[in-house]
Design a protein around this ligand. Structure first.
Ligand code: ADP
Ligand code: MG
Length: 247
């Protein structure tokens, strides 16, 4: 179980997250909010990459900072940014990540085969990642995130910049991951998560507006038009603000 207790994050005068308290058990969660809502900041705090200004993150009841490598070994994370590993082949990149995760040499090759097959990149495993399409790079990021069968998987906008076909493909890969684990997927695109998430967390200006099943959110926020309409009602103004700022 993952618990966020009154997480606040301030960047100088900007409050990116304010008093976020959440408890997540097994299942797929959609973290939904417009650009600038604080999704990446929240994920960076969950993964331990960013230190919160206030509050605590606990895994199985213990602060993640006190767990170090033990926490990293149950965690899989796909960051929002692509292009960092363009000079690696898929196999080299995955063995590098597997080593960082503490997967033994003996287990590595089997595990790499498994994740390549999972994201359907076996055929291009010896090509440089820089030659991949955006969708393939994104599947590569998912592949490294699932190395070692982590209990907690955090995917930051895994469908950003993809065409509709690849979006569906990524969505189906995420669905296939569900089971005995926690999966948190951020997006500002409703269709990415509407059919796969058991619960949606609505994040607006650093605060959790609501969290519930799609069905309940529609009831509560009057979305006869589904989650898309809930989104428009909850975030309508912010979306316009964000685009006005050019974020
Ligand atoms: P999202 O992922 O939902 O688009 P972010 O978590 O990236 O949102 O950003 C939330 C807010 O925090 C934004 O206003 C953003 O400009 C600000 N922010 C994020 N990272 C930094 C940083 N390193 N320094 C200053 N401000 C930041
Ligand atoms: Mg983001």
């Amino acid at each position: 179980m993952l618990e966020l207790r009154e997480i606040t994050k301030k960047y100088k005068d900007k409050t990116a997250l304010e008093q976020v308290t959440l408890t997540l058990g097994k299942g797929i969660y959609g973290l939904l909010g417009p650009n600038g809502a604080g999704k990446s900041t929240l994920m960076n705090i969950i993964t331990g990459n960013v230190r919160p200004t206030g509050g605590a993150v606990c895994w199985q009841g213990k602060e993640i900072r006190a767990q170090g490598a033990a926490y990293r070994s149950i965690l899989g994370y796909a960051p929002q940014q692509q292009g960092l590993y363009d000079n690696f082949t898929a196999v080299r990149f995955l063995s590098y990540m597997a080593t960082l995760k503490g997967i033994s040499r003996k287990e590595q090759s089997g595990e790499i085969e498994r994740v390549l097959d999972f994201v359907n990149l076996t055929d291009v495993r010896n090509r440089f990642i820089g030659t991949y399409s955006g969708g393939m790079k994104q599947r590569m990021l998912i592949a490294q995130a699932v190395l070692g069968k982590p209990e907690l998987i955090v995917l930051d906008e895994p469908t950003a910049g993809l065409d509709p076909k690849e979006r569906v493909r990524i969505r189906e890969r995420i669905r296939a991951l569900s089971g005995e684990r926690i999966i948190l997927v951020s997006t500002h695109v409703v269709s990415d998560i509407e059919t796969i998430a058991g619960e949606i967390i609505l994040l607006r200006e650093g605060k959790v507006v609501d969290r519930d099943s799609v069905e309940k959110l529609c009831e509560k926020h009057g979305g006869a038009g589904g989650l898309e309409e809930v989104y428009m009602r909850v975030f309508g103004e912010e979306e316009r603000d964000a685009s006005a700022d050019g974020i």
